[in-house]
Design a protein around this ligand. Structure first.
Ligand SMILES: N[C@@H](CCC(=O)N[C@@H](CS)C(=O)NCC(=O)O)C(=O)O
Length: 212
């Protein structure tokens, strides 16, 4: 089978989740990078993903977009350590955590805070404080739920690293670097302990994004 290709820039949170899964499985792949912020979305990417979002993934003739689908495919189609629990309940928790991140954590912590605090100023604009103020309580709620889900364990689901952890790493990593994020996360000891345990993994350090 051909070498897989992941399409999208390394600074994207969702591209990073797919890269984390590829790295954890030990899969050799090509990264087809483009900067959709500076240059827009190339036409060939729109053919891969009609919504113009990143990432998309190609493996031979098989093409797929949506990060949860890409990550599951990477886990299930390749050799390497399993990134989902064997039981149905554990898998449901992985899907649940990923859906919470997609539906509540990403829109508040990334779109509402990180984009305003980091990306807008990088592009020469000014952060919209009203957008940040509206997003912060929503980010606190979403991350609070995930903090409770971790409890005193080392991983979001069960006792092993899973796709749920890999879904959270990019969102948490950007958010924790903003002053607003630091305020929200200050009391979340479960997530802090989780981050301390996961931050030194080779997959995490190798995919640390370079912004700017
Ligand atoms: N539901 C999509 C969301 C992907 C997504 O929002 N990616 C962001 C980058 S992290 C993106 O493509 N943003 C470009 C845009 O919104 O125009 C997935 O899970 O893959």
């Amino acid at each position: 089978m051909a070498k897989p290709v992941l399409h999208g820039p390394g600074f994207s949170t969702y591209v990073r989740t797919a890269r984390l899964a590829l790295a954890e499985k030990g899969i050799d792949y090509d990264l087809n990078e483009f900067n959709f912020i500076a240059d827009g979305v190339p036409a060939d990417h729109l053919a891969r993903n009609p919504f113009g979002k990143v990432p998309a993934f190609s493996h031979g003739d098989f093409e797929v977009y949506e990060t949860v689908a890409i990550a599951r495919y990477i886990d299930e189609a390749f050799e390497g350590p399993a990134l989902q629990p064997a039981d149905a309940a554990g898998r449901a928790r992985v899907t649940q955590a990923s859906a919470i991140i997609d539906s509540y954590a990403y829109p508040s912590a990334i779109t509402g805070v990180v984009i305003q605090r980091v990306v807008v100023p990088m592009m020469g604009g000014e952060a919209d404080e009203a957008v940040i103020a509206e997003a912060l309580p929503k980010a606190a709620q979403a991350l609070g739920v995930l903090n409770a889900m971790i409890g005193d364990r080392a991983h979001l689901v069960g006792d092993a690293l899973s796709l749920a952890d890999l879904h959270l790493v990019p969102v948490y990593d950007y958010f924790r670097q903003t002053p607003d994020g630091q305020g929200v996360l200050a009391d979340m000891s479960g997530l802090q302990r989780w981050w301390d345990g996961i931050a030194a993994r080779p997959s995490v350090t190798a995919t640390t994004p370079q912004l700017g």
